[in-house]
Ligand binder design. Structure first.
Ligand SMILES: Cc1cc2nc3c(=O)[nH]c(=O)nc-3n(C[C@H](O)[C@H](O)[C@H](O)COP(=O)(O)OP(=O)(O)OC[C@H]3O[C@@H](n4cnc5c(N)ncnc54)[C@H](O)[C@@H]3O)c2cc1C
Length: 495
């Protein structure tokens, strides 16, 4: 689809204009499509981003992908994290220590996907894009937003080719250098995590190279001259590796041309320049950590890297970006499709900004604790399963064994698997040992459940993004909670 096929200002072309088709923009478009929200997703490039950068999908993101109905496809395209292997000796040709960077946990009834999955970001984006098309959505490529204004009713976005589009809301998913954030004058507070420049590239090795640098390990050369280097095999394409290199010289200027990448690999690893069959993509960067001072300005929301930028350490950036849109998507759906009060949208920043600040603290600490070849093992803190919204504006009531705001755990019960009951854009009310209220309307799926200690006794309202919103021993207080989300139970307006 081209921008000239989209309805231009002054009429409203879409309910939501999503700027940027990275993981955040694509995931939001998927979530909005399944909610029937009229969405326009624009991308300045002529194709999706081709590199592997964010290659770890953390357990909480796997749960989101399950809810979207694409986890099987993502798992089929991904793989478990390979073991790390340090190469030692003066020329880095002696196999040394092996270890696991990610702590490996057993699946439980409550947490069926306890371990991160490795899949290149470009591969994950392609799967989200396919899924979006299956839902009737699409990306408008070669549409670069260059300006915007907003009034009481809508946002007017201007594009590089002079076209204008009006939408009720605009979501900036346009990455760390966000044009939207700059246009709104929202500053980022942050710090340089590391002064040393880094280079990241996707390279395809020749068959003879993988006889040494096998595809079963993430190979590290911590003692390489000029700075550490690593080669991590990526699933999906034979002999595809992500090359990482750090420069000890803070003034170094990494050479991201194919020749520069070949030369770097040949200097720092046993792979020779002609054993790199292809340099698919390469980029240089200096890790920094920053948080936008606001995540919302009127009808415009910042999500993903436009709202927070992380060091790659701990693999948090992409995952936090997907979690942002999972939080915002259902709220936009409730306001636009179901008449929820606009204040519901305020809870996006209230819930997500503190989470992003905490996650930034984790990735910065992990980066600074690490030395090439000596990364500490990552534990539960990077899995994002413990993130929740306790004490927040959408957590109220109390009953049983969970606190409102907690992630709603899975469970396998005679009535079905909980994650299957949650799957879809609706709310879910689980009744354990108490009578559920009736006439709550189509947006809430109500289930009377057999006892389950993980939840305990009571009524539990699970938000569309899989968090416990409200709990009670009786239905008292449920109607007030639902009113905030745009749900009016049938009949008297009270359950
Ligand atoms: C080397 C490296 C390794 C990383 N490793 C990990 C990891 O292992 N795990 C992890 O979770 N994260 C990782 N990250 C971070 C991850 O890549 C980002 O957090 C993620 O890409 C953010 O997604 P996003 O959709 O917010 O932004 P982006 O992916 O940056 O997407 C923004 C999109 O917006 C488009 N755009 C920009 N401006 C405009 C405009 N004006 N108009 C229209 N379109 C526009 C861009 O072309 C782009 O497609 C890594 C990052 C780097 C650099």
């Amino acid at each position: 689809m081209a921008l000239n096929n989209v309805k231009q200002a002054p009429g409203i072309a879409a309910d939501v204009l999503v700027v940027g088709a990275g993981p955040a923009g694509l995931a939001l478009a998927v979530d909005l499509a399944r909610r029937g929200v009229d969405t326009l997703l624009v991308e300045k490039s002529d194709a999706l981003f081709p590199g592997s950068r964010g290659k770890a999908v953390q357990p909480r993101t796997l749960e989101v992908l399950y809810d979207f109905g694409i986890l099987d496809r993502v798992r089929a395209g991904g793989c478990e994290y390979p073991r790390m292997l340090n190469w030692e000796g003066p020329d880095g040709t002696v196999r040394g220590r092996e270890w696991d960077i990610m702590e490996c946990a057993e699946a439980t009834e409550q947490t069926p996907f306890p371990n991160a999955l490795m899949i290149g970001q470009s591969h994950l984006q392609a799967l989200l894009h396919d899924h979006l098309r299956g839902l009737g959505g699409e990306v408008v490529f070669e549409a670069e937003l260059t300006g915007l204004d907003q009034d009481a009713d809508a946002v007017t976005a201007r594009f590089a080719d002079g076209r204008e589009v009006r939408a009720r809301y605009l979501v900036a998913a346009d990455g760390g250098r966000s044009t939207v954030r700059r246009l709104l004058g929202i500053s980022m507070r942050g710090e340089r995590v590391d002064p040393k420049p880094m280079l990241v590239a996707d390279v395809i090795l020749t068959p003879d190279a993988v006889r040494t640098v096998d595809e079963d390990h993430w190979h590290m050369w911590p003692g390489a001259s000029g700075g550490g280097a690593s080669l991590c095999p990526l699933p999906g394409v034979p002999r595809l590796f992500q090359l990482y290199a750090q420069y000890e010289d803070v003034d170094a200027v990494p050479d991201a041309t194919p020749e520069g990448v070949r030369k770097l690999a040949a200097t720092r690893t046993p792979v020779t320049a002609d054993q790199i069959a292809e340099v698919v993509w390469a980029s240089e960067f200096r890790p920094w950590a920053a948080l936008a001072e606001r995540f919302r300005e009127g009808r415009v929301f910042l999500v993903g890297d436009s709202a927070h930028v992380h060091s790659p350490a701990g693999a948090q950036g992409l995952n936090t970006s997907v979690q942002d849109v999972y939080n915002l998507g259902w709220k936009l759906g409730q306001v636009l499709r179901h008449g929820a009060p606009a204040e519901l949208l305020d809870t996006y920043e209230q819930e997500r900004q503190p989470v992003a600040a905490d996650v930034l603290g984790i990735s910065t600490r992990l980066h600074r604790e690490a030395r090439f070849g000596r990364q500490p093992q990552r534990g539960d803190e990077v899995k994002q399963l413990g993130i929740g919204y306790r004490g927040g504006p959408l957590a109220s009531g109390g009953a049983g064994a969970l606190e409102p705001g907690d992630r709603a755990p899975d469970g396998v019960l005679p009535q079905g698997r909980l994650f299957d009951l949650f799957q879809g854009p609706h709310f879910t009310l689980l009744a354990f040992g108490v009578e559920p209220p009736t006439a709550l309307g189509d947006q809430i799926h109500v289930h009377e459940m057999s006892p389950y200690d993980t939840y305990g006794r009571g009524l539990f309202l699970i938000r569309p993004d899989g968090y416990l919103g409200w709990a009670g021993e009786t239905a008292e207080g449920l109607a007030e909670y639902l009113a905030k989300t745009g749900i009016t139970p049938r009949g008297s307006g009270r359950p």
